[in-house]
Design a protein around this ligand. Structure first.
Ligand SMILES: *[C@@H]1O[C@H](CO)[C@@H](O)[C@H](O)[C@H]1NC(C)=O
Ligand SMILES: *[C@@H]1O[C@H](CO)[C@@H](O)[C@H](O)[C@H]1NC(C)=O
Ligand SMILES: *[C@@H]1O[C@H](CO)[C@@H](O)[C@H](O)[C@H]1NC(C)=O
Ligand SMILES: *[C@@H]1O[C@H](CO)[C@@H](O)[C@H](O)[C@H]1NC(C)=O
Ligand SMILES: *[C@@H]1O[C@H](CO)[C@@H](O)[C@H](O)[C@H]1NC(C)=O
Length: 372
């Protein structure tokens, strides 16, 4: 066995020493460059390169400084660590291979020549670990009532310690207690504190961890905000002539999603009612409700309501459909019930004639609407 030819001993100390008995020689080996430090990702291969000129019959050994271990001597692997290998090119360029790098491999390595005194070079192997987001301590999807405080947490690890930022998947973050710049799309830190959440906070949040070691990782946390329905209506008074097609529009916001429907004079309008067409366009927690009156006629004037209900409450809005030209009696809402038959006069004339004192507020409003 080749190794038996060598008597080697190790001097354990701050600097330690492998001395291998060798044949006399006149050449003096020397290092060409200094050994390069390495930074390697967990699981990859680290290769140190030691370039020696005029090695002659001397030997190159690789050592682990921190653990005071001889790894290789010449082409022989001494350590029992199977992840270590050595090769060379023309006995001049010597490579120490560390396969499947682990965190425990981090440390100082030495390329040593068995000259007397020995010559050596050292370099540092840094092992970096890409970021990882820990599932358990990181927030999972959240459901909150409007007005509540919500804290989103993100637990990431890696080497070096990752930097964590929170972003909203779509749009900017809203101001928080930690954070007041509405135009900034991200906030750094593992904790995102949202005070008094509103429906505008609803959506997907991304916690992104990066430490310069690819790949960066992110986790998506959904924030769902519950609130009772609210209704907004642009036009609460709609005038139409007989045979017109008319659209009545309501805008509802609710979460959980509301059940939405229409009534005419307090009667629920069914989907199968041929006089109407009911449609709704949903965008997140918003719904554009539309009731189309296909052909305005005697039975379609009156008071309409759009109604939204969810588990937290309900709301409605009212739209009045009145006749622009038709017979006054066709206006079926209560406020005009008092009028005598005025079949051939316009509403405005009827209003003038009947005198303002008798008029309900709504009618007064109608009149103003007509005059303007
Ligand atoms: C290697 O890293 C150490 C510290 O980590 C540093 O002191 C030294 O200068 C580095 N050597 C080279 C060649 O960059
Ligand atoms: C030794 O390892 C280096 C680095 O991986 C490689 O480039 C080279 O081809 C290898 N040489 C031999 C002789 O296997
Ligand atoms: C939410 O946080 C604000 C500010 O930190 C605090 O004043 C308020 O009492 C909190 N509200 C609830 C419901 O915890
Ligand atoms: C942000 O809020 C968290 C939780 O309340 C707190 O621990 C942290 O110190 C705050 N950071 C800043 C910069 O205010
Ligand atoms: C936004 O916030 C991040 C993290 O807090 C910060 O690094 C960045 O400079 C800010 N950008 C702007 C435009 O303010």
């Amino acid at each position: 066995m080749l190794l038996r030819k060598f008597l080697f001993y190790i001097h354990l100390g701050l600097v330690f020493h492998v001395v291998i008995c060798f044949k006399d020689t006149t050449e003096v080996p020397r290092f060409e460059d200094s050994l390069n430090n390495l930074t390697v990702s967990l699981g990859r291969e680290a290769v140190f390169t030691c370039v020696v000129n005029d090695l002659g019959s001397y030997r190159v050994a690789w050592l682990r400084v921190d653990t005071q271990t001889i790894l290789t001597i010449a082409t022989h692997v001494i350590t029992k660590n199977h992840r270590i290998a050595v090769n060379h090119s023309d006995r001049r360029v010597w490579f120490l291979h560390i396969h499947d790098v682990r965190q425990s491999d981090r440390g100082w390595y030495m390329c040593q020549l068995n000259t007397d005194p020995m010559k050596s070079q050292t370099a540092y192997l840094d092992v970096v670990v890409p970021p990882d987001i820990l599932d358990y301590p990181t927030s999972s999807d959240q459901v909150a009532r409007e007005g509540a405080n919500v804290t989103l947490r993100c637990a990431a690890h890696g080497v070096p310690t990752p930097i964590v930022v929170w972003r909203k998947e779509a749009g900017d973050l809203l101001p928080t207690s930690n954070f007041s710049d509405t135009h900034n799309s991200s906030v750094s830190g593992a904790v995102l504190q949202l005070t008094k959440v509103s429906r505008l906070h609803m959506g997907a949040y991304l916690c992104i961890a990066s430490n310069g070691v690819p790949p960066s990782v992110s986790k998506r946390v959904m924030l769902v905000v519950h609130f009772p329905p609210i209704m907004t209506i642009q036009n609460q008074l709609v005038g139409a002539k007989e045979s017109d097609t008319v659209h009545l529009d309501c805008h509802s916001e609710a979460f959980p999603r509301s059940i939405n429907y229409w009534t005419i004079n307090d009667q629920i309008i069914s989907q199968s009612d041929k006089r109407f067409e009911i449609s709704a366009i949903e965008r997140g927690y918003e719904v554009d409700m539309r009731l189309t009156i296909k052909k305005v006629g005697r039975t379609t004037f009156g008071t309409y309501s759009c109604i939204s209900k969810n588990s937290l409450g309900d709301t409605d809005g009212t739209i009045k459909l009145y006749s622009l030209s038709g017979k006054f009696e066709e206006m079926q809402y209560n406020e005009v019930g008092d009028f005598e038959d005025a079949s051939d006069v316009s509403e405005l004339e009827a209003l003038k004639r009947s005198g303002a004192t008798r008029l309900h507020k709504t009618i007064l409003f109608l009149a103003i609407y007509f005059v303007s």
